[in-house]
Design a protein around this ligand. Sequence first.
Ligand SMILES: [Mg+2]
Length: 195
Amino acid sequence: MKIKFLNKIRNNVRNFIHKNLVFLVPTLIYDNIEKITPQKLRELNVDTILLDLDNTLVPWNKKQIPNAICKYLSSLKEAGFKICIVSNALPIRVKKISEELNIPYIALAAKPSTRPLRKAIKILNSNIENTVIIGDQLFTDILAGNRLGIKTILVRPLAKFELVTSKFIRLIEKKILSYLAKKNYISSKEVKIEK
Ligand SMILES: [Mg+2]
């Protein structure tokens, strides 16, 4: 009786994961943000970019954006893209960096909530169809973007050394990504791992 019950729960959990796995599939995967060219973004029909901060633009333990990424963001702005930082980090950290870059921001965003994403799209006077979110985490950035129905780009995290909790999450993310590839979820959504 007890085993039957446990099996039922296990099957329910399994079904739930399968049904929701599609929300963890990024549109594209890149090694780092600088490799995402304006041309590629235009091919995706994108003119609006929502950016994660920690480990996408800045290594999680650092206060300053690497020069190369600063230049990259300027080039995107010059090319006419609308940009907003959407970060789960504290306002004090996000504000300082956003002001240096002269880019609007939303802090304490609570991704995977879609609310801050909608708010950012509104601030930029844009729409869901032409927006992409770029971030390093499946369970926050990619999940939030897919739930809202915008395009999603996963980048590899900038810092290799992280808190123990993040390391644990990375391990699960890695397992999910290889599972997605094995089950052809990734190729079925034309996800490319661009080097
Ligand atoms: Mg991040």
